[in-house]
Design a binder for this molecule. Structure first.
Ligand SMILES: [Zn+2]
Length: 63
């Protein structure tokens, strides 16, 4: 199941949530209970995207 990282725009707390489907509504910051949160790219996805920008050969194991 997908785990997404979120960052609170209010207090900058970072936290993770397991998200089923595309239902990301109702997610709130565990620190300040704000719903002003931004979805982050996971570290793995971020690295894969960075590496993959310069070549046609996709990173192995990244699908
Ligand atoms: Zn917060």
């Amino acid at each position: 199941m997908p785990i997404f990282e979120y960052k609170c725009d209010k207090c900058n707390a970072e936290f993770e949530r397991v998200v089923f489907g595309s239902d990301t509504r109702g997610i709130k910051c565990p620190e300040c209970d704000s719903d002003a949160i931004t979805k982050q790219m996971s570290a793995t996805s971020f690295m894969g995207a960075s590496i993959g920008t310069c070549a046609a050969d996709a990173p192995k194991g990244f699908s």
